[in-house]
Design a protein around this ligand. Structure first.
Ligand SMILES: N=CN[C@@H](CCC(=O)O)C(=O)O
Ligand SMILES: [Zn+2]
Length: 427
């Protein structure tokens, strides 16, 4: 060992879930292997894990090295920092007015077709200043952190003009720089055809390809490009055009696929080699198999199907059965999923998708890390990875999804620094 000191030794961990094992996205039975140890410990220097395992193993590994700080985990549960791989974090306004419409039976696509839904958030986002967007998104990011999220993905897609998209993306960049939660940025100018392009979607697709994508790339404001492939939004052909152009410019690819209707988004994810396909509530067997063959990660969003009052949910058990790696996410946005709570998503992952607590934790740690291309540094507690971890007020993993609707976080460490203490943000 080259280190001459240990900055922080977290000890007296009742149950330590490391998620150690394969560095590939986990499929099938691997999704149940969470590598839990009793009476564990983690040694950290410069924000990086030096040793992790049982207390005896860690003490043997760090030998005589001086320890600067010790933190007593008081016998609680420790997991890797949670990862939320699909959010629409930066936006203006809110849409509680849609609740009454929904209760009267209006569907998501009906509200959208009437100029509400995403289009109403586009109006609010265009009106908002960069500072207003920052303040609102920071509050949500604080909430995510308080619920145990240490890395999240954030999409643009409520500006739909070059300037308004760049405005959203700059807010994401600033938050990534200033907030303890790391953000992975996705350009989603193809979230909706804006009102001024109504009936001229092909012209908007050209604008995306010829002006927006190159400028976002030039300014280095996003790693991924995402498209909402859905009936009444972008067709499979239009989505393919946009994704092909994005791929040629070096973006990683994501797709909102078969959320409401099975129009072939999952098949396109496979054909294009997307890193992940999201929603998949209506995806067909052929679509899921195309994803499996191409190694696409399925990001399921159970808070969305819950909030849209759908009678069915993404077929996560089928996905696991055919060997698709599954990740879970909040889909935090002001319409289909107005919640920052990854812990609620974990409960819904069990109760509505039929996943076990172990599969759920895999889906919000190592598989979520893979879905945003960050599994080399986060997603599990292993020597050499970032020391992002959560201490929960719980004795075992099953307690988290079982006792639902409350926040179980006791403390959060981001790169070895305590940022939540006894439930309070201290960053
Ligand atoms: N489905 C498309 N986009 C978001 C919802 C956006 C909105 O309703 O504002 C989603 O992932 O659910
Ligand atoms: Zn989304």
């Amino acid at each position: 060992m080259e280190n001459n000191r240990i900055d922080l030794l977290i000890h007296n961990i009742g149950t330590l879930i490391t998620m150690q094992g394969t560095q590939e996205p986990r499929r099938g039975d691997e999704m149940s292997e969470v590598a839990a140890v009793r009476r564990g410990s983690v040694a950290i220097t410069d924000g990086i894990i030096i040793a992790v395992g049982t207390e005896e193993e860690v003490l043997a590994q760090i030998a005589e090295l001086p320890v600067t700080h010790k933190h007593d985990a008081e016998g609680k549960l420790v997991t890797p920092g949670l990862i939320d791989p699909h959010t629409h974090l930066v936006h203006g306004g809110s849409r509680e007015n849609e609740l009454a419409l929904k209760l009267k039976g209006a569907s998501y696509l009906e509200i959208l077709a009437q100029g509400g839904g995403i289009l109403s958030t586009v109006r609010s986002t265009r009106q908002a200043s960069e500072e207003e967007l920052y303040v609102k998104a920071k509050k949500s990011l604080d909430t995510m952190l308080s619920y145990g999220v240490t890395t999240a993905e954030a999409k643009s897609g409520y500006g739909l003009t070059l300037e308004d998209e760049l405005k959203q993306l700059r807010v994401t960049r600033k938050l990534d720089q200033e907030h303890p939660v790391d953000l992975v940025s996705t350009f989603m100018g193809a979230h909706m055809v804006p009102e001024e392009y109504k009936g001229r979607s092909q012209e908007f697709v050209q604008l995306l390809i010829e002006e927006m994508l190159p400028e976002v790339k030039r300014q280095g404001l996003a790693e991924f490009c995402d498209v909402f492939c859905e009936h009444g939004v972008f067709s499979v052909e239009e989505s393919e055009q946009i994704l092909l152009a994005a791929k040629a410019m070096g973006f990683g690819l994501k797709i909102h696929a078969d959320e409401i209707e099975p129009i072939g988004g999952a098949q396109l994810a496979g054909k294009m080699g997307c890193i992940s396909a999201e929603h998949l509530i209506a995806a067909s067997d052929e679509g899921l198999e195309a994803m499996q063959r191409a190694g696409v990660i399925a990001v399921c969003l159970p808070a969305t199907s819950f909030n849209l009052r759908l009678k069915h949910h993404a077929r996560a058990r089928k996905m696991i059965e055919i060997g698709l790696p599954v990740a879970l996410s909040t889909d935090y946005n002001p319409g289909s999923s107005p919640t920052e709570s990854i812990q609620l998503v974990m409960t819904l992952g069990c109760l509505n998708l039929g996943l076990t607590p172990e599969e759920v934790l895999t889906a919000v740690t190592i598989n979520a890390a893979h879905a945003i291309g960050k599994a080399d540094t986060i997603g599990s507690l292993e020597a050499g990875k970032q020391a992002d971890l959560v201490i929960f007020n719980a004795e075992n993993l099953a307690y988290l999804p079982y006792h639902f609707g409350i926040n179980h976080v006791h403390s959060v460490f981001k790169q070895g620094k305590m940022v939540v203490s006894d439930g309070n943000l201290i960053h």
